[in-house]
Design a protein around this ligand. Structure first.
Ligand SMILES: [Ca+2]
Ligand SMILES: [Ca+2]
Ligand SMILES: [Ca+2]
Length: 258
């Protein structure tokens, strides 16, 4: 509008500028925002997109984003949760049908098999390091940050083997903190799932296994605090002579867009 006024009067007002954004004479990508500048304009890709503003493509930050923009087919995909630069992309399995088809990022590890725990007594004497397939802990931490939910199943089956009582067992968070709550219980509770509902085998203890008797028992549930996941190490005790147990640790699953 200003430009045509100028031409009527035959002179140029130096302060005038085309607003390419308002006039729609810009080449910004449809998934970018346009900012007017004197003598020009600039484009910036919207959140969830990356590129130079003229060309924007969805960030492949997790399987949930891939599910939304790229593909509904389950399989292996490369993701880069922290975007271009920073940590390198890594390959994950995307389960596109689990969790109502939101797109679940699934990370396997080397200790998924049910494993016998036996042969030592002191607190935490049994130790199992968990190694995740194809991804470092910083890469997995970045995945938890861009996901709205993460979970990992944990189970201990026990015969005369205390779990949290007397500090016998714990798990280690991704940042190497000692975690003294079990699957299905709130962080910091010092309990198992049954302890949250006062339904443990021995009501005075927070876990079924803490009854510490000659009956096979179990404590299990999902760990869901994103800031603690994934599990880096498992520690158990109270497994000397006939005292024993089995641990089971599920894959890391993250979904939703944070
Ligand atoms: Ca302009
Ligand atoms: Ca990156
Ligand atoms: Ca015992």
């Amino acid at each position: 509008m200003v430009i045509s006024t100028q031409s009527y009067y035959g002179y140029v007002v130096c302060s005038t500028d085309l607003n390419e954004c308002d006039r729609n004479t810009n080449d910004c990508h449809q998934r970018a925002s346009c900012t007017n500048e004197r003598g020009s304009y600039s484009c910036k890709c919207n959140h969830d997109y990356q590129g130079n503003g003229f060309k924007c493509s969805p960030k492949n930050i997790s399987c949930s984003v891939i599910r939304k923009y790229f593909s509904i087919v389950s399989g292996n995909y490369k993701i880069d949760p922290d975007g271009a630069g920073g940590l390198p992309p890594f390959t994950v399995y995307c389960d596109m049908s689990d969790k109502n088809g939101v797109g679940v990022t699934v990370i396997s590890h080397d200790s998924e098999r049910r494993t016998h725990v036996k042969g030592c007594y002191p607190q935490g004497c049994f130790s199992r390091d968990i190694h995740y397939t194809g991804a470092s802990l910083p890469q997995l931490a970045s995945l938890t940050r861009v996901s709205s939910h993460c979970e990992q199943f944990i189970k201990y089956e026990c015969w005369d083997s205390r779990l949290l009582k007397d500090g016998m067992a714990w798990w280690v968070s991704r940042d190497s903190s000692k975690m003294t709550y079990w699957g299905g219980a709130s962080p910091g509770s010092g309990k198992c799932a049954c302890g949250m509902t006062n339904s443990c085998a021995a009501p005075s203890y927070g876990c079924n296994c803490d009854k510490n008797d000659h009956v096979w028992r179990e404590d299990s549930g999902l760990l869901t605090d994103k800031t603690h996941l994934p599990v880096k190490q498992l520690r158990f005790g109270d497994t000397s002579s006939n005292n024993q147990g089995y641990h089971t640790l599920g894959k890391l699953k993250c979904y939703g867009v944070a």
